[in-house]
Design a protein around this ligand. Sequence first.
Ligand code: NAD
Ligand code: IPM
Ligand code: MN
Length: 348
Amino acid sequence: AQTFKLALIPGDGIGPEVVAEAIKVLDAVASAEGIEFEKTEFQLGAARFLETGDVLTDEDLVAISAHDVILLGAVGGVPGDPRLKNANIERGLLLKLRFSLDHYVNLRPTVIYPGVPSPLASHGDVDFVVVREGTEGPYVGNGGVIRAGTPQEVANEVSVNTAYGVERVVRDAFARASARRNKLTLVHKTNVLTFSGNLWKRIVDEVGATFPEVAVDYLHVDAATIFLVTDPARFDVIVTDNLFGDILTDLAGAISGGIGLAASGNINPDGTYPSMFEPVHGSAPDIAGQQKADPTAAILSVALMLDHLRLPDAADRVRSAVVADIASRDGSARSTSAIGDAIVAALS
Ligand code: NAD
Ligand code: IPM
Ligand code: MN
């Protein structure tokens, strides 16, 4: 059988709960499709840090890199926990993985599935994907603090945008638009962030000239939040920087029926490094350990992983089962594992 090496990072809070369901679904699909996943679990996150003081060792990073793909639940402790003050799990673990493994395409699709309780009263056909730049922008950590802790403190966060980094993600976004509905929206804040804004705009124009079939438009990020609520059906592919993409995709999750449905892929399209799939949400300390989390986002992240491994039939099986399960939801509460079991049962 075709065999893939899968690195599992269940993480913290609801991470392990949703990953357990994603694995149930993956195992069922793999056996139906005659494929195999050899799994290695890595205990990483706030819990590991509190136990050992490690965030992500070089040894872990090398071991993870030797896999074909990575599935991550969520990492991070309770925001503000003083014991995690110096750990910086988000930067030291999650961003370190995304940066080291060159995950420059952070792919975050949004579909409003039939029957889903979207908070939008009427929304039409919503099916778009945010291509969020994953390795640059304000996330690089290129700032610094001077006179820390004093009334004269200065805290700088520098957004880094390279022509190389912008071009490769813009090119990927155009290719996706060309394979979808031929529409690409650049979201930025070019009226204020003119240095990076001009670079993004220029590169979209240049790359766009080589995709004449793709219609291009532009929205400032503040206006984009309006249209995500009032007319989300207008979007096909949105390409945007790391921070705008972070914010827009939580909003996108909310309009599509909840953050518990929002899946993502951190993709290295070159295939030099393993890509990593994870729900958009975090470790949700407020509901952790209670079997209250919706595992659908993690399960749909498995579908994105199967797409990436060029197993479209397997991916479609997962998505169809999720669509069937969502259509049958009547608002009554189900446990995390009950949802996972129902989706397994709905697999064709
Ligand atoms: P969060 O996404 O964890 O939670 C926000 C809200 O959404 C909470 O009310 C939570 O209960 C709810 N929620 C999240 N996932 C859900 C699910 N599957 N089903 C039902 N409800 C769900 O965001 P936060 O509270 O800002 O962050 C908590 C921790 O997670 C922080 O340490 C943060 O840094 C970390 N975080 C990690 C990732 C990641 O690992 N990729 C992503 C975002 C946040
Ligand atoms: C996400 C998260 C991360 C991000 C954090 C935890 C670093 O919010 O995956 O959306 O900002 O990218
Ligand atoms: Mn986020």
